[in-house]
Design a protein around this ligand. Structure first.
Ligand SMILES: Nc1ncnc2c1ncn2[C@@H]1O[C@H](COP(=O)(O)OP(=O)(O)OP(=O)(O)O)[C@@H](O)[C@H]1O
Ligand SMILES: [Mg+2]
Length: 379
């Protein structure tokens, strides 16, 4: 109790009240000459302890006690009965209706003071304990809230990273198209046909950008519908997206994929293929050779496998164990290192498939396999 405790003393005899007030002079004491008066007082005052006489006209102490204990607001105020009634029954009744102590008249002032102090101390301990528990709980709640908030932020960060990653390619393709347009115009070679063609290519890339955003809204909660799509058609579309850069670096793409109908998240699957071709392209550029990327498909037992092979020198030894771990890259500023970790999430978590790789004599070979249980069949 941080404040000076307030004691309500109820007795119908004024001289008794005076005596009690004298004994309790170190506390704030409020006197009441009847039960009725006392019940009014507790409505407006914060009372820490009640000393209650039993024998009073109109409303006796037992009744006052019952009423105080039946109200939520006053239930926890400790009540000490002070009375001349010394028979066991009266004492028992006092305790049974919620009295905390029972002092019989005549009492020694020091004894009364000690008992009052004991009850006030107990109440003080209880209050400080309650406050402590309350503050602990609210602290825990705040901590929990922060953890949830942090997890949400991390997920958002992951999502932003993923979007940025998928946007790199189409954006650089668009900037290449625009550069071509500019130089053709400068040289006076820009025909209406080639303008139309460029615009359509740019629109194609823009469509891909907007699809990516839609996809990522679902990416971390893949609850949207699976669709049927053709493996060969979609791989070709991805190659189209990368065509400007592949052409620029004279990389030959050999597409030996057959028509297979697949069921899954089409755009997510396209992102995987885009990441794989893109990695091959980067390796070839880095290796500085005349490069090729070969894509082919195989039915293998319960799986349909797509292979992406290149001659870019293969995966560096230090990367072999962490190629699917986010943020591991050998490309410095140019790579975020999340391409393959995203690909793994899409293939294994969203499609229950497999993704693996090996090094060949000339470069790397990636295998992406989807289970036939997703209704994969050859047309
Ligand atoms: N075909 C490949 N040939 C050689 N190394 C590869 C090939 N594919 C991936 N790697 C290696 O694996 C690393 C991780 O690839 P990942 O796609 O996850 O990230 P990144 O390409 O470095 O960056 P980001 O894809 O985010 O731009 C690459 O940095 C590269 O070292
Ligand atoms: Mg990559």
């Amino acid at each position: 109790m941080s404040h000076k405790p307030t004691i309500l003393v109820i007795d119908d005899t004024e001289s008794n009240l005076d005596m009690l007030m004298a004994i309790l002079k170190n506390y704030d004491v409020i006197p009441a000459l009847s039960g009725k008066e006392a019940l009014e007082i507790v409505k407006n005052e914060k009372i820490d302890l009640i000393l209650l006489d039993i024998m009073m006209p109109e409303m006796d102490g037992y009744e006052v006690c019952r009423r105080l204990k039946s109200e939520e607001a006053t239930r926890s105020i400790p009540i000490i009965f002070i009375t001349a009634k010394t028979d066991e029954e009266s004492i028992e009744l006092g305790y049974s209706i919620g009295g905390i102590d029972y002092v019989t008249k005549p009492f020694k002032p020091r004894e009364l003071l000690a008992r009052a102090k004991t009850q006030l101390d107990l109440k003080g301990y209880q209050e400080s304990l309650e406050a402590q528990v309350e503050s602990e709980i609210s602290q825990r709640l705040a901590q929990e809230k922060m953890l949830i908030q942090n997890a949400k932020l991390a997920e958002m960060g992951e999502m932003m990273g993923a979007i940025a990653h998928q946007w790199k390619q189409p954006i650089s393709a668009i900037s290449l198209f625009v550069m071509n347009l500019e130089s053709e115009a400068e040289q006076g070679k820009l025909s209406l046909d080639s303008l139309r063609e460029m615009v359509s290519k740019i629109n194609h890339q823009l469509l891909f950008l907007s699809e990516t955003i839609d996809d990522f809204r679902h990416f971390f909660k893949p609850d949207k519908e699976r669709v049927l799509f053709d493996l060969k058609d979609e791989v070709k579309r991805v190659i189209d997206i990368l065509a400007p850069q592949l052409l620029l670096h004279k990389i030959e793409v050999k597409c030996e994929i057959e028509n297979h109908l697949l069921e899954g998240y089409k755009n997510e699957f396209k992102q995987v293929v885009l990441n794989l071709i893109n990695n091959s392209k980067d390796a070839i550029i880095e290796h500085g050779i005349e490069g090729f990327i070969r894509l082919y498909s195989r039915i293998e037992g319960e799986f349909l496998a797509l292979y992406v092979e290149d001659n870019g020198g293969g995966i560096a030894p230090e990367m072999l164990n962490q190629i699917f771990t986010p943020h591991h890259s050998t490309k410095g500023e140019a790579g975020t290192g999340i391409g393959l970790s995203l690909a793994k999430k899409i293939i294994t978590e969203h499609h229950q498939g497999e993704i693996s790789f090996s090094n060949t004599d000339q470069g790397a070979l990636f295998r992406v396999a989807l289970p036939k249980s997703y209704r994969l069949f050859k047309e």
